[in-house]
Design a protein around this ligand. Structure first.
Ligand code: AP5
Length: 216
């Protein structure tokens, strides 16, 4: 199965990509996570990406396209993959189409998680992440066992730099302008599944799985 998770920042793409990745035993490919790991390792790409990410702006298409093109050719992607946070612009979607065509494979579905801006702003303020292993929590909806400590590696959890309210509002504006047109792009192909993303993670997860089953 080859899927794209689409939706505004904080809509729940990462949460559900991880659950689907375990369910279908295919990798979750998050461009945000890959870029953050470059920042952590202080690579040239990481240094360049940080300038954009801290401001809530998109990293230039050519940088992320190259990351995804090489990642989807790795061995663990043979049975499928879930793209989480990519594509985010029409040129990225076109580059993905071209890469998939060259590989002789296609997309099965695009899951679009639809959540209002106000719910998103509240969610982001409560998100805490592990700077070491990248695990993600929420102060109300997904608490770690020990307050502010990662369950996986026991590091102290932090608020992501770009989760401050002002930056979240900028990210939402960038989403409206540059990413939302992808809804129409994939709707025209007949592979878009739009899921109302307000409610518990379990409820939304069930709606996504049901929609994927029906579309088979
Ligand atoms: P990225 O890391 O991809 O961030 P994003 O798309 O803005 O998405 P988030 O990770 O913030 O949210 P999400 O939708 O995954 O929600 P989550 O499940 O975590 O990108 C960061 C930056 O990298 C970008 O701004 C850009 O600069 C750059 N970048 C990345 N990809 C790029 C690309 N392709 N092109 C160019 N630049 C790129 O949930 C959020 C919170 O809510 C969590 O705390 C979670 O626990 C909680 N939550 C989830 N679901 C629910 C629920 N149902 N109820 C209550 N709480 C919930």
């Amino acid at each position: 199965m080859r899927l794209i998770m689409l939706g505004a920042p904080g809509a729940g793409k990462g949460t559900h990509a991880l659950l689907l990745s375990k369910e279908y035993n295919i990798p979750q490919i998050s461009t945000g996570d890959i870029l953050r790991s470059h920042i952590k390792n202080e690579t040239d790409l990481g240094k360049e990406a940080k300038n954009y990410m801290d401001k809530g702006l998109l990293v230039p298409d050519e940088l992320v396209v190259e990351i995804v093109k090489s990642r989807i050719q790795e061995d663990d992607c043979k049975e499928g993959f879930i793209l989480d946070g990519f594509p985010r612009t029409i040129p990225q979607a076109q580059a993905l189409d071209k890469a998939l065509e060259e590989l002789g494979i296609g997309l099965d579905n695009v899951v679009n998680i639809d959540v209002s801006d106000e719910v998103i702003i509240k969610r982001m303020a409560g998100r805490r992440v592990c700077p070491k292993c990248g695990a993600s929590y929420h102060v109300e909806h997904k608490k770690p066992i020990k307050d502010d400590i990662c369950d996986e590696c026991e590091s102290e959890l932090i608020l992501r730099e770009d989760d401050k309210e002002e930056t979240v509002r900028k990210r939402l504006q960038v989403y409206e302008e540059q990413t939302k047109p992808l809804i129409d792009y994939y709707e025209k192909r007949g592979i878009l599944l739009t899921i109302e993303g307000t409610g518990s993670v379990e409820e939304i997860g069930k709606k996504i799985k049901d929609a994927l089953e029906v579309s088979k």
